[in-house]
Design a protein around this ligand. Structure first.
Ligand SMILES: [Zn+2]
Length: 94
């Protein structure tokens, strides 16, 4: 039996995905996916590491490197653009 959280972890072990992509894969609301991601980030499991590929501005390329949060930033601090590429998440083996 596979729990939703395990299913998310397995998907993220294969490839980095955004919360939106995960919600589409699993047919879950994005909010619920983010909730699971927050748990996986805190406890990725023995021998595993949770990795965030930061959000980036689609307009000027600014990368939200310092941002630890899982949700998408609303606008770019440099160009004030609101077209932001979502952060993507991965689980990697140590
Ligand atoms: Zn920008």
């Amino acid at each position: 039996m596979t729990t939703t959280r395990q299913a998310i972890k397995e998907l993220l072990l294969e490839q980095p995905l955004s919360s939106l992509e995960l919600s589409q894969h699993l047919g879950l609301p994005e909010k619920e996916v983010l909730d699971h991601l927050a748990h996986i980030a805190k406890a990725p499991g023995q021998g595993h590491r949770f990795h965030i590929i930061p959000a980036a501005c689609k307009h000027c390329g600014f990368v939200f490197k310092k941002r630890e949060r899982l949700t998408i930033p609303s606008r770019c601090p440099i160009c004030k653009g609101e077209s932001i590429r979502r952060p993507r998440f991965a689980v990697v083996r140590n």
